[in-house]
Design a protein around this ligand. Structure first.
Ligand SMILES: [Zn+2]
Ligand SMILES: [Zn+2]
Ligand SMILES: [Zn+2]
Ligand SMILES: [Zn+2]
Length: 242
């Protein structure tokens, strides 16, 4: 059975159960039926969202809960007993369901950039430059290992301190050109690759995540956020490394 059909079947099962329980509660009169409708609205909606069954829009669960409760109430009313107040059991059912949707949707993990809700098994990355957690679909650049916002805004990562550059790449080059952007030593701050000695300007070192475009060697002592960036998996609203 395909997964979508499986989920729709599970959803149908939840509502058959809800209808049966509400039917039983309605036999006990409005004093039982109304609070039970509230609880069933909460429980059915919680199962619906927790197992990520197809939802469509946020107003769908309250509507379906209300309809199921109304149907059970109507069956009892028309065939067994008359208790006018029972007709209103759909109100607490819709209310319980609506509040549950609001609470669970708010608690859901979201992409820091496009703000879409993240489902279980979605892959996210924590950007080494801005520390934002973003989705892999539209907001992460695999090639450049940063979020799309840091890409657009050219957010720097490497420390600006001269001491750090002296330690990892030695003193500034006074001749030659950057092997990436071809700017001259007068225009930019050129630093040589510790491995192949080819010069790259500080901006290009930064844009290239501290790696030499010629030999691929990385500068030593790069910020930890850059070297520990790994894909993470969303599991029931929390985020863990894969
Ligand atoms: Zn996103
Ligand atoms: Zn970023
Ligand atoms: Zn350059
Ligand atoms: Zn190199």
């Amino acid at each position: 059975m395909n997964q979508r059909l499986e989920r729709i079947t599970m959803l149908a099962g939840v509502f058959v159960l809800l209808g049966s329980l509400q039917f039983g509660a309605s036999l006990g009169g409005a004093t039982v039926a109304l609070p039970v409708a509230l609880l069933l609205g909460v429980a059915a909606t919680w199962i619906w969202l927790h197992f990520e069954l197809p939802i469509g829009a946020v107003w769908v669960p309250p509507l379906v809960c209300a309809a199921a409760v109304l149907l059970s109430g109507a069956l009892v009313e028309l065939s067994f007993r008359r208790d006018f107040a029972e007709w209103f059991a759909f109100i607490p059912a819709a209310l319980g369901s609506g509040v549950t949707v609001a609470v669970l949707q708010r608690a859901k993990a979201r992409c820091g950039l496009c703000h879409r809700s993240l489902a279980s098994q979605d892959v996210v990355f924590t950007c080494p430059r801005c520390t934002m957690t973003v989705c892999d679909e539209t907001c992460w650049s695999f090639e450049h290992r940063r979020c799309q916002l840091c890409m657009q805004q050219r957010v720097p990562l490497l420390p600006p301190e001269e001491n750090w550059w002296l330690r990892v790449a030695g003193p500034r080059f006074r001749h030659d050109r950057c092997q990436i952007c071809h700017s001259t030593a007068e225009q930019v701050d050129l630093r040589s690759c510790p491995n192949c000695r080819r010069p790259q300007c500080r901006d290009c070192w930064d844009f290239n995540n501290g790696e030499c475009s010629r030999c691929g060697a990385a500068l030593p002592d790069l910020p930890a956020s850059l070297t520990t960036t790994v894909p993470q998996l969303v599991t029931n609203g929390s985020i863990r490394p894969i």
